[in-house]
Write a protein that binds this ligand. Structure first.
Ligand SMILES: Nc1ncnc2c1ncn2[C@@H]1O[C@H](COP(=O)(O)OP(=O)(O)OP(=O)(O)O)[C@@H](O)[C@H]1O
Length: 249
């Protein structure tokens, strides 16, 4: 393990914040807080960084309760211990997705409804940035999910401004792989709760996760190389756009 892991980890988070201009003076940043490994790590890393980053920003958290039974006391206590306000939004997302859904993917509908609840509460709290716990593995998986299942080459951006709400989504963990996030969580002894959703672990994403695991076993530097490819992407090295052909007369 790297000698001063905390320092190394926070430097990677700071680098992403700086490279993509994620946080500015006076920002009110709300961490989308599922209580899982990634968002717990994100919250703690942002809290530590807020002490020595030259820009001053405020932190809040929002936990969207989807309706599955969960004990969130440990999350509340954790937020209290680091002095960050914890907000819960009660929803009936689980019921809507599993009892009232009329077609469509449960994950897509859940994610859409969660986002709606999260953004509404963020605006109510007067926040302008929403921080999400996506890391480098999520970037890579999303890229392959999109390519394999929809035939499109695309990936989410580290920072996205949403016209409709005026909120900016930021992902400060994009330079860190899942195992690096896990090491930070363990070395800092942070608490987390398991995702209670019954389809968790049984989605297309799991197929891509396995594929990524195989790739990393064969090519240990794969994740770093993927990140480098995204950062040095050159349109010239890809095909030009082919316009759809008009109908033949
Ligand atoms: N119920 C929720 N309430 C608030 N934010 C959420 C919730 N679920 C997910 N998020 C946010 O969306 C991000 C991506 O969600 P996803 O469902 O992919 O979780 P994940 O990759 O398992 O992350 P985590 O370990 O933080 O749960 C999370 O890191 C978190 O920031």
């Amino acid at each position: 393990m790297i000698k001063n892991y905390r320092k190394w980890f926070l430097a990677r988070v700071k680098r992403a914040i700086y490279d993509f201009g994620m946080i500015e003076n006076g920002d009110r940043v709300v961490v989308a807080f599922s209580g899982g490994k990634d968002s717990v790590t994100l919250l703690y890393a942002l809290k530590l960084i807020s002490r020595f980053l030259p820009v001053k920003f405020e932190l809040e958290t929002i936990f969207v309760k989807t309706g599955w039974p969960m004990d969130v006391q440990v999350l509340e206590e954790f937020c209290r211990s680091i002095n960050v306000p914890f907000h819960i939004v009660e929803t009936e997302i689980a019921k809507i997705v599993f009892e009232e859904r009329d077609g469509g993917s449960p994950c897509a509908i859940c994610s859409h409804l969660r986002r709606g609840a999260l953004h509404t509460k963020a605006l109510e709290l007067g926040c302008n940035k929403v921080a999400l716990g996506h890391h480098l593995d999520d970037v890579i998986e999303t890229f392959f999910l999109s390519m394999i299942y929809t035939g499109q080459m695309k990936v989410f951006s580290p920072s996205t401004f949403l016209d409709r709400t005026g909120l900016t989504m930021i992902r400060p963990l994009v330079y860190l792989a899942a195992e690096e996030v896990m090491s930070f969580l363990q070395s800092e002894k942070l608490p987390f709760i398991a995702n209670p959703c019954p389809v968790n672990g049984h989605t297309h994403r799991e197929v891509v996760k396995e594929f990524l695991l195989d790739l990393v076993q064969r090519f240990p530097d794969f994740k770093a190389r993927f990140l480098n490819s995204l950062q040095t992407f050159d349109q010239e090295n890809l095909w030009p756009e082919v316009r759809p052909r008009g109908r033949r007369k």
